[in-house]
Design a protein around this ligand. Structure first.
Ligand SMILES: [Fe+2]
Ligand SMILES: [Fe+2]
Length: 292
């Protein structure tokens, strides 16, 4: 059995002080939004509890589906890198960025450089999609992170990435290994309003209809989600994790998935354990188990 933790939307608190010259435009709005709305929601105590929990249960692998920072300040990016380092060796993490990691034009460049050890493919190449082959599982990481105007948090994968993804999935299909696709924005219809949605989800859905995966993991919505996409023969399950740092005052309390992947005789079974943060006990505990 191979155990994979799926965590998302850390928005690593607290937001560091912003150099005055960077406090313009969308970053100024971001600061206001953080202090008036989100500072009380995303708490360091929750992330500390998650780190301790993951260090204790030691999953074989950890998938992190974006929105690591709040405004992609270099100090936030550096802090996130420290947090990832404490989870264990780089080989055990597959990371993709979210819209908050591309908060203003150009900001994602520094994040991709600083976090490259968790986003490089197995040949050491950077860029998306990447492939991480870990244990019995193939993990494909996409980026839907694009800089957007204030008030807009949509995502876009783009045609070049979609074409590479289809080529990659076609190649992998010969090996019959279980495959997980990571994307920050929810790929199913109706998950979010247009200004918050994955703009080219129809194109991704078309790729997956021709070249399916076993499971899609996403974040962005800040509450646990289960959905389905159409595959060529069967449906493809989709799971969204809530924010990993939320105390639960505004949206879902912090939550993550622990997947148990078992392969036997060419068949794959994935069991999903849902863990939620318990604000009274101050720990993450198992709340529900399901088989996909
Ligand atoms: Fe988020
Ligand atoms: Fe997001």
């Amino acid at each position: 059995m191979f155990r994979i933790a799926h965590i998302s939307d850390l928005h690593i608190p607290p937001l560091p002080p912003v150099p005055l010259k960077q406090l313009v435009g969308k970053r100024l709005i971001g600061q206001f939004s953080w202090f008036h709305k989100w500072k009380s929601e995303h708490r360091q105590v929750v992330l500390d509890a998650l780190l301790a929990h993951l260090q204790e249960i030691k999953p074989d692998h950890i998938c992190i589906t974006g929105d690591i920072t709040f405004t992609t300040l270099p100090a936030e990016v550096d802090k996130a890198a420290d947090w990832f380092s404490r989870l264990g060796e780089a080989q055990r993490i597959s990371l993709i960025p979210g819209n908050h990691d591309a908060y203003v034009a150009g900001a994602l460049d520094y994040a991709e450089q600083k976090w490259s050890r968790w986003m490089r493919d197995d040949e050491g190449q950077t860029g998306f999609p990447y492939l991480h082959r870990r244990g019995p599982v193939d993990i494909i990481g996409l980026s839907s992170a694009v800089a957007t105007p204030p008030g807009i948090s949509l995502g876009r994968i783009g045609q070049p990435q979609l074409e590479k993804t289809e080529t990659l999935l076609n190649r992998l299909s010969a090996d019959s290994r279980p495959s997980l696709l990571l994307v920050h924005h929810a790929p199913q219809d109706g998950a979010a309003k247009p200004r918050r949605a994955l703009a080219d989800r129809k194109e991704l859905q078309a790729v997956l209809k021709r070249t399916p995966v076993d499971l899609v993991l996403h974040g962005h919505l800040h509450y646990p989600v289960q959905a389905e996409l159409e595959g060529p023969d069967d449906t493809i399950p989709v799971l969204g994790a809530a924010s990993a740092s939320a105390i639960g005052g505004r949206k879902s309390v912090a939550h993550y998935h622990l997947l148990e992947v078992e392969t036997q005789g060419g068949q794959t079974q994935i069991t999903v354990q849902h863990y939620h943060f318990d604000p009274i006990a101050g720990i993450f505990s198992l709340t529900r188990t399901q088989t996909l």
